[in-house]
Design a protein around this ligand. Structure first.
Ligand code: ATP
Ligand code: MG
Length: 344
């Protein structure tokens, strides 16, 4: 994988439109690269943007561009079902478990997809797609463009692979080890009258498999965190208004520890020619120009892409290319989109 491009920012500023426009532009500039655009907003809208049904399956959009609007439950269920099966098989090997009903209840309620928070489910999916070592993936992608939800949920997505998975994993492993120890102590006291030695062995192997499965989540979290640090590139989108700009400044600080910020998009400014024709638009533009100046000062070390409000909604391939040209200009190279930091 070459690059993971993440678009973030306040609600409604154009993250999804710019993600889609960037994906289409890169697919044209780099016909030999496989590109995947993923929506991480539960209120998916790639289907509307591309005017093609996308949904939970990786769907081909043109020669080298695919899209997905994942249902995070499905990926969480895969994991929890598998773990639950093993946990239950493990508990069945333990005749004493009937004496500790809390264990069964704990297993049943803790490891269900429903009990996993949405951000963790999304993170599980994000990790599965990004994890190059996951050989279950049929298509390996060179470039991933992630359309993230507004700032708060975006941070949760970054946090999880880095911190929370570890907490969940450690908690689960500790819990599991304590059950295992208790059961083994009981077994030792009662000797092999209750279970023959061979069954104990089987139980131990199953226990190791469970621990391994849990540890794999942790290892995957580490691999993905490293990958995001190495090839992740965050671009924050704002409109030239105070609330969105203030949120972008906060997002810059909040994301610092997870991913490199490489560029800023100032979207949907009022075009000069329409401002000249209407008083209201002219006022709007005056206010916007003041914020654009402030944003340029605040983010002077970053590449800033400006895009005005288009007359037509940027949807469908044509609309998205028009938006891409508005953002990047017609002469942009893939390298400039990829590594904006290295422009003057
Ligand atoms: N440059 C532009 N010119 C005209 N319309 C635009 C432009 N950029 C975005 N839009 C429109 O603005 C609206 C919001 O855009 P979009 O859905 O991409 O924002 P978002 O940040 O992804 O929103 P959300 O936070 O809800 O996910 C859409 O109707 C989109 O078509
Ligand atoms: Mg969106």
């Amino acid at each position: 994988m070459d690059r993971i491009i993440v678009l973030g920012g306040k609600g409604g500023v154009g993250k999804s439109s710019i993600s889609a426009a960037t994906a289409v532009k890169l697919s044209q500039l780099l016909p030999n690269k496989r590109i995947l655009i993923i929506s991480f907003d539960i209120a998916h809208n790639l289907t509307d943007l591309f005017q093609k049904e996308i949904g939970n399956k990786i769907t081909q959009l043109n020669n080298n561009l695919w899209g997905i609007e994942p249902d995070p439950n499905i990926y969480a269920e895969e994991y929890t079902d598998n773990l639950l099966k093993k946990m239950k098989a493990f508990s069945k090997q333990m005749p004493l478990v009937g004496l500790i009903p809390q264990i069964e209840t704990f297993i049943n309620t803790t490891f269900t997809a429903d009990s996993i928070p949405l951000a963790l489910k999304n993170a599980m999916f994000f990790q599965k797609i990004l994890d190059a070592e996951d050989l279950t993936q049929k298509i390996q992608f060179d470039i991933i463009i992630a359309d993230f939800p507004p700032t708060g949920n975006m941070i949760a997505l970054f946090e999880i692979p880095e911190d929370q998975v570890k907490v969940v994993v450690k908690y689960t492993i500790n819990f599991f080890n304590s059950i295992r120890k208790t059961i083994n102590n009981f077994s030792n006291i009662l000797g092999n009258i209750i279970h023959p030695l061979s069954e104990n062995k089987n139980r131990d192997e199953l226990g190791d498999e469970i621990i391994n499965m849990i540890r794999e989540v942790e290892r995957r979290g580490d691999r993905v965190t490293q990958l995001i640090h190495e090839i992740g590139s965050l671009r924050l989108v704002t409109i030239a208004e105070k609330p969105s700009y203030e949120e972008m400044k906060r997002a810059k600080n909040l994301t610092k520890k997870y991913i490199d910020l490489d560029g800023i998009h100032i979207n949907m400014s009022t075009p000069k020619d329409s401002a000249e024709k209407c008083n209201f638009c002219e006022n709007q533009r005056t206010i916007q120009l003041k914020y654009i100046k402030e944003i340029k000062e605040e983010f002077q070390n970053y590449t800033i892409w400006e895009s005005q409000k288009l007359r037509k909604e940027p949807i469908g391939f044509e609309g998205l290319i028009e938006l891409a040209n508005e953002i990047y200009g017609e002469k942009i190279t893939a390298e400039e989109i990829f590594n904006p930091k290295f422009q003057n």
